[in-house]
Structure formats: C-alpha cells, structure tokens
Design a protein around this ligand. Structure first.
Ligand code: NDP
Ligand code: GDR
Length: 326
C-alpha cells in the first residue's frame, strides 16, 4: 500500500487529493497545525481514512516527526498562506510559511531520508500568480516569472527551490504550476465562493447585496477535483518535471456574476453588486491564461468541468448549504 503525506490537508485541495489517494488505495497522512485546529472535524468527516499528524511548515522538527511516523512514498506540499490579498497584510508570515516552509519540508525530507532520496517523490503547489505581469500569453512552463504580490514572490522561491533540489540531489521533485481552481469547498475569501455564497443568500432573502473589488479582473478558472488528479499524475512519471495545469480559457469577474446570478433566475445583477476600494489590490496580475499542452501530452491530463458548470455547481451547493442552516 503506497503511503502519502499531505500538508494543507484542511484546505480545498488537501480534501480532494486525500479523497483521490484513498480511492487509489493509499494510506494517507495529513499534517495539521495548531493545538486545536477547528477544521480537524471537517477532515475527519470528509475523509475519515486520513491519519492526522500535528505539525507546522515553519517548524522543521515537526515535519521530521511527521515524516518519521508517516514513512511516505509521496509528499504533497499544499500548505501555504494562500490568499493573495492577505499576503500584503502579512508579508513576513507569508514568506515564512509559503516560501521558507518549502525549504523546511525539502530539508526535512533530505535529512529524514539519510541521503537516499530515491525512496521519496515530492510535489510542490506552485501557482500561476508567479507569472504576474505576464511576459507572454498564454503562459507555459518556460515563461519568465514576474510575480506581483508577496504571495507570488514566495511561490517563485518554492518553485525554484524544488527545481534546485531536483538538480542538486537528483530528487524526484515536481512543481505543478496550477491556475485558479475552485469548488464548493473553496474558502469564502476567494472571489468565486464569495459570489456563490452571496448569490445563494440573495436568492434565499438572507442578504441584499454583495460588495466586490475589481470587476474587470480575469482568470483561467478550473475545477479543483480535476486539478488534484494532475498532481498525482506528476508523481507517477519516471522523471520529475514542471507542468502548467490550466483550462486555456479566461473569464472575467463580470462573466462569473452573469452565470452565478442567472443560475438563480436573476438576469440583471447590477442592483445587487457594489464596488469598494477596500477589495482592490496594490498590484494586479495581467492576463492569466495557461497553456496546458505539456500536461496533456505527457500526463494525459485534461480538465473535465467547464466554467459555467463549475459556477452553477458552486451556487447550487451553497443554496443547499444555506437552506439547511436556515
Ligand atoms: P487553502 O487556502 O484552501 O489551504 C491552505 C492550507 O495550508 C490549509 O490546510 C492551511 O491550514 C495550511 N497551512 C497554512 N499555514 C500553514 C502552516 N504554517 N503550516 C502548515 N500548514 C499550513 O488552499 P488551496 O487548497 O486552495 O491550495 C492548496 C495549495 O495550492 C496552496 O499552496 C496554494 O497556494 C496553492 N495553489 C492554489 C491554487 C488554487 O486556485 N486553489 C492555484 C495555485 C496554487 P489551516 O486550515 O490550519 O489554515
Ligand atoms: P487569486 O484568487 O488572487 O487569483 O488567487 P481570488 O479569488 O482571491 O481573486 C481573483 C480575482 O478576483 C478579483 N476580485 C476579488 N477577489 C476577492 N477575493 N474578493 C473580491 O471581492 C473581489 N473582487 C474582485 C481579485 O482582484 C482577483 O483579480 C487564487 C489563490 O487560490 C492563490 O492561492 C492561487 O495561487 C491563485 O488563485 C492561482
């Protein structure tokens, strides 16, 4: 039975990846931080087969202990401070977790394996935010990185460090450059879930408006369930590499609003949407569109869920969630 250790188990991707690996017959361990993490129950309910191990990416000895217990064949490093807007508010913390956390995990693996890195495979959760002020459209694995936020800068560090451990120690370390991916499990601070929750609340008469930031922003949005499959496929390759995982399509926040409101029978969303400077960012990324050609050719990976289906799925799920609560 293969064994996997996932950091970021309480997050959106951690839950989908754990489900996938359990289905494939893995023994799955998840790193959980804090002395009484409120999301521990969520993990136990959603993926009861996972064994939770205490640890924090900023504490290398806790990572060593987790490796010692889990004895993993594969490590998926999904843990991060992942909200871009927040990374300006807490830039040093973002650097400690999202950048130096990768170093701590890679060093812990190197020390734990006692120099025999052939027994372990490593996945780093890199991001399209690394492309920032984009140097070509669409973006591919070779596109020059130009991050635009403390989060993006931290992810660039983790990405290059992963490549460096591959080149320095021959480690099977892959970096997945994933574009935005969403689901009903997305945190409510991210724009798609903020919209799906608000639209469901408006429909149920629980809320009368939504306050947003930049409505002209565009993203290449896919479904998280599809994207974790790509992570697993990367680690099944004979050699480690970097892959862009994306849909190759871009959509604006206005299109997101169109589909979300339309799915509850509201044709004109203008009366329900306000804009506020508080939700604008000090710097925005440009036109993010990924070219997933390499992933298609090498991993045989393609996204299955389209943008409209994704947004409708999220609104439907939030309607159900809020109806049950009220
Ligand atoms: P989430 O924000 O949903 O989850 C982040 C996870 O990191 C949580 O489990 C969180 O735990 C954990 N974490 C935070 N700080 C620490 C720490 N100090 N030590 C250990 N764990 C910590 O992110 P997603 O699931 O959406 O994303 C997974 C990864 O993929 C992240 O690295 C993200 O940056 C990256 N990514 C995501 C994309 C997306 O569109 N979703 C696109 C590209 C990359 P807790 O619950 O305790 O806070
Ligand atoms: P992003 O996701 O920054 O791309 O990072 P987010 O959903 O936060 O923002 C997407 C775009 O929407 C615009 N926007 C708003 N965003 C939020 N959160 N709230 C609003 O009210 C709002 N109004 C407009 C933003 O300006 C932005 O342009 C996500 C995270 O998962 C990262 O961890 C990951 O690396 C990248 O995706 C790829």
């Amino acid at each position: 039975m293969p064994r996997a250790l996932i950091t970021g188990i309480t997050g959106q991707d951690g839950l989908y990846l754990a489900e996938l690996l359990l289905e494939k017959g893995y023994e799955v361990f998840g790193l959980i931080r804090g002395q009484n993490n409120p999301k521990a129950d969520l993990v136990s309910r959603t993926v009861p087969g996972v064994t939770l191990l205490p640890g924090d990416l900023t504490d290398m000895s806790s990572l060593l202990r987790a490796l010692q217990t889990a004895q993993p064949d594969e490590v998926y490093n999904l843990g991060a401070i992942s909200f871009v807007a927040y990374s300006w508010e807490q830039a040093a913390l973002t650097t400690d977790v999202t950048a130096k956390g990768v170093l701590n995990m890679l060093e812990a693996i190197r020390v734990w394996s006692q120099g025999d890195l052939s027994k372990i495979r490593f996945y780093q959760a890199s991001s399209s935010e690394m492309f920032g002020r984009v140097q070509e459209v669409p973006q591919r694995e070779t596109t020059l990185l130009w991050p635009r936020s403390p989060y993006g800068v931290s992810k660039v560090y983790g990405h290059y460090l992963t490549i460096n451990y591959r080149e320095s120690y021959g480690m099977h370390a892959s970096s997945g450059i994933l574009f935005n991916h969403e689901s009903p499990r997305r945190g409510p601070e991210f724009v798609t879930r903020k919209v799906s929750l608000a639209v469901a609340s408006i429909k149920l008469g629980l809320q009368d408006k939504i306050v947003m930031g930049n409505l002209d922003a565009q993203r290449d949005w896919g479904f998280a369930g599809d994207y974790v499959e790509a992570m697993w496929r990367m680690l099944q390759q004979p050699t480690a590499d970097d892959y862009v995982i994306a849909t190759g399509e871009t959509h604006s926040i206005k299109e997101l609003l169109d589909i979300a409101f339309d799915s509850v029978g509201i044709a004109d969303w203008a009366p329900y949407v306000e804009q506020n400077e508080a939700f604008f960012r000090p710097a925005e990324v440009d036109l993010l569109i990924g070219d997933p050609a390499k992933a298609k050719e090498t991993l045989g990976w393609e996204p299955k869920v389209g943008f409209q289906e994704l947004v409708q799925m999220m609104v439907e799920s939030d309607l159900k969630l809020l109806s049950e609560k009220s």
